[in-house]
Design a protein around this ligand. Structure first.
Ligand code: CTP
Length: 471
């Protein structure tokens, strides 16, 4: 029987396959299996019949969230400490709670437990090497990082904590930790003197400032003889409960089965084939919201103007240039359960853009006539049919932020307005942080300054509650 391996495919095909696999959260091999299954018209075709040489069973299984069950995906990184033996029990506790689980073991962890036992309990072969040719080609540390809702480090040793605080990436565990913007929970475990050391305190403070959550360490007897104090890893049940609470707070899985449309970025309105009117929006906030909604299990369509930020993982991104194109793209995505209009849409376009480049003429400055663009938010919010149940607008203001936002809520007819001050001195436009006020019919909530990712997660959690009828 003829046999073909992915390595033999031509470069373009490999590239397309890699992209497709990444988009679907599958290994390349599994993507091929899926394509073949579809082509042969059945799910019951024995996998061996594909004659695809299986280079790595580890990479072959999908780590996809099942939309119906919305199982949350946890990547458990096991560090090298005596508490690693408790991580095996932790795997069982997490599985009991319905988490999909993948494990990464550091080299030191393998001195205490084996990848085989972690793999057997989690139901997925455990990952160990950054430069494992098969694993890296099929899964890769970037996809390991992306394909999880939560990354849990247990035990988090003093060394692993120091590496995280310093941004090291010299093995698979630290490379995954640096390549992620997902929720991170760590369960420190170390000798009490190491825990009390100033260096550890500095590193832990840094991790907390970076938004990483801790569970434990607890006080008590250490596994080592005659050692007691603070440094004992939290119990597996405690860690599993903390993971569950964290994911619940972030609204994880709570948007399963919901369809959400998000607009993001600026629009470009052409003056002629080479010039355009634009604004300073980076798309960071809108893209972060789309990513957070996808993480929460929603089916997300992101309609994006021209931006330099990458397309979020697991989201269908529709790229447009002008306000009118954005409007049409949004219309095409309806019906949806929720619309989030974060784009900085140009209010006007040039009435008659030049078909050719407008030439400079002596003593004659061109006059540009502007016409108003469709107001996407207001039109969608006032729709009689196909109006999303929850319509959320943004208000970019430079003065009287809350008062202007309240007025916008009324005249746009939307349900919520997320208002922010985009005066140049705030650094919000184009920056990584945001200070917002959530304006609803019930009142105004002023949120603390936080990263745009955190704003996105908090907003998604609120949306999940609203769509579930909790608020
Ligand atoms: N918006 C839209 N379509 C437009 C203009 C704005 O969908 N043509 C949306 C934005 O995405 C945002 C909200 O309306 O959610 C408010 O945008 P903003 O620029 O703050 O307000 P404008 O309506 O443009 O009013 P102004 O510029 O006068 O403040």
């Amino acid at each position: 029987m003829a046999s073909i391996t992915i390595r033999q495919l031509d470069e373009q095909l490999k590239k397309d396959l890699r992209l497709r696999a990444a988009r679907n959260g599958r290994s390349m091999e599994d993507e091929v299996r899926t394509i073949l299954r579809t082509a042969t018209g059945g799910d019951n075709v024995p996998l061996d019949a594909t004659s695809i040489a299986a280079r790595s069973e580890a990479g072959a299984r999908p780590f996809m969230r099942n939309q119906a069950s919305a199982a949350r995906r946890v990547l458990l990184i096991i560090g090298g400490g005596i508490a690693a033996y408790k991580s095996l029990d932790l795997i069982r506790r997490l599985k009991e709670r319905g988490f999909l689980l993948r494990c990464v073991l550091t080299a030191a962890a393998q001195q205490f437990i084996t990848p085989l036992s972690a793999g057997a309990l989690s139901g997925e072969a455990a990952f160990t090497d950054l430069f494992d040719a098969a694993g890296e080609a099929d899964i890769g540390h970037i996809r390991l990082a992306h394909g999880a809702d939560l990354i849990l480090v247990a035990p988090a040793t003093a060394d692993l904590i120091a590496k995280m605080a310093g941004g090291h990436a010299d093995d698979l565990a630290t490379a995954v930790l640096l390549a992620t913007d997902k929720l991170l929970l760590i369960a420190p475990a170390m000798n009490p003197t190491m825990w009390a050391h100033k260096a550890t305190s500095r590193n832990v403070a840094q991790l907390i400032a970076d938004g990483i959550r801790l569970v434990g360490p607890n006080e008590g007897e250490m596994a080592e003889v005659n050692e007691a104090g603070v440094g004992r890893m939290a119990e597996p049940l405690e860690i599993a409960a903390a993971a569950e609470a964290l994911l619940k707070d972030a609204g994880m899985g709570r948007l399963a089965g919901k369809r959400i449309v998000v607009t993001s970025g600026p629009t470009h309105e052409p003056i002629d084939p080479v010039r355009y009117i634009a604004n300073r929006s980076s798309g960071k906030q809108g893209h972060a919201i789309a990513a957070a909604a996808a993480d929460a299990g929603a089916e997300v369509v992101l309609v994006s103007g021209p931006v330099n930020v990458p397309d979020p993982f697991g989201v269908t991104t529709v790229k447009v240039e002008t306000a009118e194109q954005m409007f049409e793209a949004v219309e095409r995505t309806l019906p949806a359960d929720c619309g989030i209009f974060a784009a900085a849409v140009a209010d006007w376009r040039i009435a008659a853009p030049g078909r050719e480049k407008i030439k400079k003429q002596k003593s004659k400055t061109p006059t540009l006539t502007l016409v108003e663009n469709s107001d996407i938010l207001a039109t969608i919010a006032r729709k009689q049919q196909k109006r999303p149940r929850l319509v959320i607008g943004f208000a970019a203001e430079t003065e009287n932020v809350v008062a202007n936002a309240k007025a916008k809520l009324e005249h746009k007819g939307c349900d919520w307005i997320v208002a922010n001050d985009v005066s140049p001195e705030t650094g919000i436009m184009g920056g990584d942080r945001n200070t917002v006020h959530l304006v609803t019919q019930e009142g105004v909530e002023s949120w603390p300054p936080q990263s745009k990712d955190e704003v996105a997660r908090a907003l998604v959690a609120r949306i999940a509650s609203a769509l579930a009828g909790d608020s």
